[in-house]
Design a protein around this ligand. Structure first.
Ligand code: GDP
Ligand code: IMO
Ligand code: MG
Length: 433
């Protein structure tokens, strides 16, 4: 029996975490986002509706208790819009927002863009949502938290100090930036009033829920390779987008995290910059991009695509302590033949033992591939029909590919996904909430 299960992306994000958080949420009581902010874009397709969440945990369509925990950074405007959208769909909002999550302000967004410009070749190609600058302020201990936001008398003096220094900084690059303090303060004061009913100490709430035997589903944003401490630095994000971020991001002690489910995409996608050894630039890339609808949920940027990289995924499995994996977007490889799988890297004629983590080293690595027969193109109805029939109905060549991933990673596959819809899911082994 597992009471707390985490869903983690094992690559560069957009692996299909949203789909599987929604799927597993069917058996959960509480769904928790514990890192990142509105740099994330999590898609769920259920009962004919497509939801795209940036901040709301993916338990919202099922009206589960949803927690935005302390490890997140929150743009209040974005969160309020998502609440409004859900209300318009007649969804009940069961949100708990951590009083110690940090708040994103307009100057964080501006600084995000300015910092990127000065980073040159080391720019990550951020979403420009102010994520890095907000986490920087948190680490520098002058960040503004949700508690401050909902208490205007505390907010005002803190924001005054922060605003002054940020304005001076921005004006070095852009002397024309002349936003008025009162405008920002009044805008954020209103956000605070609107968000106040949701604000609690989520660490206390979640630990009580653990004690009460509630089923808690923890939703990572981004992916393991984008993680701050154990990812592809500096081409990642500013939070621990992996299982290691759960305890600091929620206050749930490590000993109470029972199971880690890693989401693996059938190929690799990447938004933003940095070397991507298995990247494709030919018509196969265009085909995968179209078939997988690989355009960023947040920024609309075409995603870079390439073959699956089991070498860096293995590193993620080690870092996250993954118990089971889920393979997604298998249908998006339809009609592609052969399909390649990277199982290792070669550097200066030598096969590496472990993914080399340093971006400068990875630049010089060559992927080692295995080749697999592909499967035929099908209609959406045909994929749905296969999903209804179950694992045995999958194309034989797809089963060989799936089992090769399992053998290479030495982790059992819990589920596979052959379409965006909740119903286009095949359970191989129950993950036993
Ligand atoms: P997340 O950030 O990990 O939650 O993933 P995104 O939602 O950003 O990107 C995954 C995209 O693939 C979304 O558009 C999903 O609806 C879609 N998707 C998820 N699983 C499948 C699948 O098995 N097949 C297809 N064709 N699309 C999928
Ligand atoms: P989900 O949760 C894919 C990437 C950006 C950039 C780097 C840093 O949907 O998987 P940031 O704005 O976080 O400072 O950008 O990280 N990135 C993502 N890529 N999916 C995401 O989220 C991402 N969130 C950030 O493209 O390279
Ligand atoms: Mg996404």
């Amino acid at each position: 029996m597992n009471n707390t299960i985490a869903v983690i992306g094992l690559s560069w994000g957009d692996e299909g975490k949203g789909k599987f958080v929604d799927y597993i949420a069917q058996k959960s009581d509480i769904v928790v986002r514990y890192n990142g902010g509105n740099n994330a874009g999590h898609t769920i397709v259920a009962n004919g509706i497509k939801y795209k969440f940036k901040l709301m945990p993916s338990g919202a369509p099922l009206e589960k208790e949803c927690v935005i925990a302390n490890g997140c950074v929150v743009d209040p405007k974005v969160l309020l819009e998502e609440i409004e959208n859900l209300k318009n769909l007649n969804k009940q909002i069961n949100l708990k927002l951590s009083s110690t999550a940090h708040v994103i302000f307009p100057f964080h967004r501006i600084l995000d863009g300015l910092e990127e410009k000065t980073k040159g070749n080391y720019a990550a190609g951020t979403t420009k949502r102010g994520i890095g600058p907000t986490y920087s302020d948190k680490a520098a201990r002058w960040g503004i938290r949700i508690f401050d936001l909902v208490n205007p008398e505390i907010l005002k003096p803190k924001l005054e100090k922060l605003f002054k220094i940020k304005k001076e900084l921005i004006n070095i690059y852009d002397p024309s930036w002349n936003v008025n303090f009162e405008t920002i303060y009044e805008e954020y004061k209103k956000y605070g009033e609107q968000l106040k009913p949701y604000v609690i100490d989520t660490a206390f709430y979640l630990n009580k829920a653990v004690d009460d035997g509630k089923h808690i589903l923890l939703e990572a944003a981004q992916g393991s390779l984008l993680g701050l401490d154990h990812g592809f630095y500096p081409f990642g994000t500013s939070s621990n987008a992996n299982a290691l971020g759960i305890s600091s991001g929620t206050g749930i002690p490590p000993k109470n995290i029972d199971k880690i489910v890693g989401i693996v995409k059938a190929y690799t996608s990447r938004v933003g910059e940095g070397k991507f050894p298995t990247e494709l630039f030919d018509e196969t890339a265009d085909k995968i991009r179209e078939q997988g609808h690989e355009y960023g949920t947040v920024t609309g940027r075409p995603r870079r695509v390439g073959w699956i990289d089991l070498f860096n995924i293995k590193y993620g499995i080690m870092i996250n302590g993954v118990d089971k994996i889920v393979i997604t977007l298998l249908d998006a490889l339809e009609g592609i033949n052969p399909i390649k799988m990277c199982t290792g890297y070669e550097l200066e004629g030598k096969t590496l033992e472990s993914w080399p983590i340093q971006s400068e080293t990875i630049e010089n690595c060559e992927p080692i591939y295995k080749s697999f027969d592909g499967w035929e193109k099908k209609t959406r109805e045909e994929w749905l029909d296969i999903a209804k029939k179950g694992y045995d109905a999958l194309p034989e060549t797809m089963k060989i590919y799936i089992r090769a991933i399992e053998d290479e990673l030495k982790i059992n596959i819990a589920m596979v996904s052959i379409g965006p819809d909740r119903r286009e899911t095949i359970v191989i082994e129950d993950i036993n909430f």
